[in-house]
Design a binder for this molecule. Structure first.
Ligand code: FES
Length: 240
């Protein structure tokens, strides 16, 4: 079958504004959107820019908007869009475009970094590794799957209205370490989460949860942290 791909094109170094170019590709229903992009690049237009690496939903580098929904191009198949005669590919919303489907991830990663996404244990290092029980590990099992693809952040309606909101991906990483039994900064982490642009701007749109390619219950995790703040901080939360 033939499928048309309408692709966002923009090179800020030479283009005054973005445009769309359409490519027709002979495809199989079981082919991945990423395979189609590769074929377009290799056979039709070598100037097309996009990121990819693992091609198996592990590295998180090919997050983009496919027919209006943020997703990994390597996890979506042509047959997922069987009702469409054309598949539109665009960069993740909210992100600055570097070229075509490639976006600048620096600010996104800085937000994750602001959540201290690493263990800060109390006391001197043990002789061997810091152990965690299977029960304690279970508390983190969902969020630990995050691959930093940024689909959640691109899909979040709050990010569009309030660019200072830290965003769902950063909050997933905050949750991951807040509930790590080996970490010693529970109180400090809660204080950080309580800052006005961290957990509180989330308005429960659930878009992040809907698009997460790893099935992480992001909104639920954010709500859990809000309740934790109300329980433990004297001011009772709400970013006060
Ligand atoms: S290319 Fe690695 S997640 Fe898609």
């Amino acid at each position: 079958m033939e499928m048309r791909f309408k692709i966002f094109r923009y090179d800020p170094a030479v283009d005054s504004e973005p445009s769309y170019r359409t490519y027709t590709v002979s495809v199989q229903p079981q082919e991945r959107i990423l395979d189609c992009l590769n074929r377009i690049k290799w056979e039709q237009d070598g100037s097309l820019a996009f990121r990819m690496s693992c091609a198996h939903g592990v590295c998180g580098s090919d997050g983009m908007r496919i027919n209006g929904v943020c997703a990994l191009a390597c996890q979506k198949l042509v047959r997922d869009y069987a009702d469409s005669t054309e598949i539109t590919l665009e960069p993740l919303p909210f992100f600055r475009v570097l070229k075509d489907l490639m976006v600048d991830m620096e600010d996104f990663l800085a937000r994750v970094d602001a959540m201290r996404p690493y263990l800060v244990p109390d006391g001197p290092p043990p002789e061997k590794e810091r152990l965690q029980s299977p029960e304690d590990h279970k508390k983190q099992e969902d969020v630990i799957r995050c691959i930093l693809c940024a689909c959640c952040t691109g899909a979040c309606p709050v990010m569009q209205e309030n660019p200072d909101y830290i965003g769902p991906a950063a909050l997933v990483w905050a949750y991951r370490f807040l509930y790590d039994s080996r970490d010693g900064r529970f109180g400090e982490r809660l204080e950080k989460l309580n800052e006005p642009n961290n957990v509180w701007p989330c308005e429960n749109y659930f878009e992040c949860t809907r698009v997460c390619p790893k099935g992480i219950p992001i909104t639920k995790s954010i709500n859990t942290m809000k309740r934790e703040i109300k329980k433990h901080l004297p001011a009772g939360g709400e970013g006060k």
